[in-house]
Ligand binder design. Sequence first.
Ligand SMILES: [Cu+2]
Length: 134
Amino acid sequence: MRSWILLLMLAYPFTGFSQGSVELEFEAKGCCSMCGDRIEAVLDVRGVRMAQWRRNDNTVRVVYKPKKIGPEQLERLVADAGHDTERFRAEDEVYAALPGCCSYRDGCTGCSEVHGGQGDHEEGDHGHDDDKRK
Ligand SMILES: [Cu+2]
């Protein structure tokens, strides 16, 4: 009986990949895979284990360590990168500097990739229409 407990104690640190981590989802507006890359890249900070943005419902899923970073900071990072979240609105200048393809406030009209079928395209080569700024 006692050895069984010891075994549990030994195994415990290795069982939980997500030990001490919390999962959070919040709205982060965007248009295309570039937005997703940008959002995920800016969330690649200390305390964040993984971040994944979904285009179909404009939501980012984050697994993070609450001891290192908090929900507000996470949203702030995304907003600072130019993407509106539930709590924070991105600075107009930052938003304006995004590629035309990523103009989510204008309904993502600058992006040919999105027009075809929203969320259908996964990874791959996209023609980024960076010149189509308004
Ligand atoms: Cu984009």
